[in-house]
Design a protein around this ligand. Structure first.
Ligand code: PPE
Length: 306
């Protein structure tokens, strides 16, 4: 789906017209993947547009920058303000925010220190990442033939642009085989995550997700689901998951800012249980949408009204 243009993009402190938000071809990040980014959703809640867990996302962005040795010129607070202003300035309600901090134009060569640290925030409306039907009826996925990065290769707790080539390879393979998404295994052959989602399984009423000690990205949605599942009274463990465990699970679902809570109903041509969205997934998904839409005041602290 082509991008839906909006009016303004914040670039290094200035609001540029969408069509004029440009970088030089010798931008360091374009050659070496030296950028870090976030994906954040703003929901058109019953109390007006609100950005979901903005602080946690911008904190992760700054941690990613720290890992890549980039010092942004703006404070976390200034960056958060720019996000809010961007939603307002573009006249948007429900939308997706994409802040990026990257090494710009300065020097060529792998050494990044001679290139300035720049930043931008682009914002546009982004529909259901894995499709409306996927959100409702679940998706069919495959296990990727590509292994998820080893943590000491690219630092998987940082959301580094260059690291996404691993996800791109897996995504192309899945698409060309007729599937919307792939599950990636880590170097030990254990379940890691989707190309842009964390993964959860349900077995005998208990929920399990891959621990942070694995090479996953520490998803904000993952954290949201862990908390809300426990609040709903479920037992939730963070433990290693094997590939065959997925096949015989009662339910499987993905979480992510873009993917939200998407049920997985088939893996490697094996139906998960009866191949229909399970009750635990339905309960978690419905509570998730309730929270992001400001329907449960206990979680209002997660909403930043613009
Ligand atoms: N793992 C990976 C590798 C990942 O990229 C994401 C987000 C997650 C887990 C879930 O994290 P969180 O969004 O904090 O719950 N992927 C973003 C980019 C998707 C894209 O295609 O671009 C996102 O969901 O915004």
């Amino acid at each position: 789906m082509p991008l839906q243009k909006t009016k303004f993009i914040w670039m290094d402190g200035e609001w540029k017209d969408w069509d004029n938000a440009k970088v030089h071809v010798l931008t360091h990040a374009l050659h070496y993947g030296t950028g870090v980014f976030e994906g954040i959703r703003c929901y058109d809640t019953v109390k007006g547009p609100a950005i979901f867990r903005l602080k946690e996302h911008i904190s992760r962005l700054y941690n990613s920058a720290k890992i890549l040795r980039m010092e942004p010129k703006w404070t976390v607070m200034e960056f958060m303000e720019a996000c809010k202003e961007g939603v307002r300035k573009n006249g948007l309600k429900a939308c997706y925010l994409r802040p990026v901090i990257y090494r710009g134009y300065g020097e060529m060569g792998v050494n990044p220190f001679g290139s300035p640290v720049s930043a931008f925030i682009a914002i546009w409306p982004w529909a259901a990442y894995l499709g409306d039907d996927g959100l409702k009826n679940g998706i069919k996925v495959i296990t990727s033939s590509f292994t998820r990065h080893f943590v000491n290769s690219v630092m998987t707790k940082a959301k580094i642009t260059g690291a996404y080539i691993n996800a791109v390879l897996a995504k192309m393979e899945a698409h060309e085989q007729g599937f919307v998404e792939a599950i990636m295994l880590d170097i030990n052959g254990e379940v890691c995550e989707g190309t842009g989602e964390n993964i959860f399984v349900v077995k005998d009423g208990e929920i399990k997700t891959v621990p942070l000690s694995s090479s996953i990205l520490g998803g904000v949605t993952r954290d949201t689901v862990i908390r809300l599942a426990r609040d709903l009274g479920y037992t939730l463990k963070e433990e290693t998951i094997t590939r065959d465990e997925l096949y015989i699970a009662d339910e499987v679902f993905f979480t992510g800012t873009a993917a939200e809570v998407t049920p997985v109903v088939e893996i490697d041509r094996r139906k998960i249980a009866d191949g229909k969205v399970g009750q635990v997934t339905k309960n978690i998904q419905s509570k998730f949408f309730d929270i992001v839409n400001a329907g449960d005041s206990r979680y209002d602290k997660w909403l930043t009204h613009v």
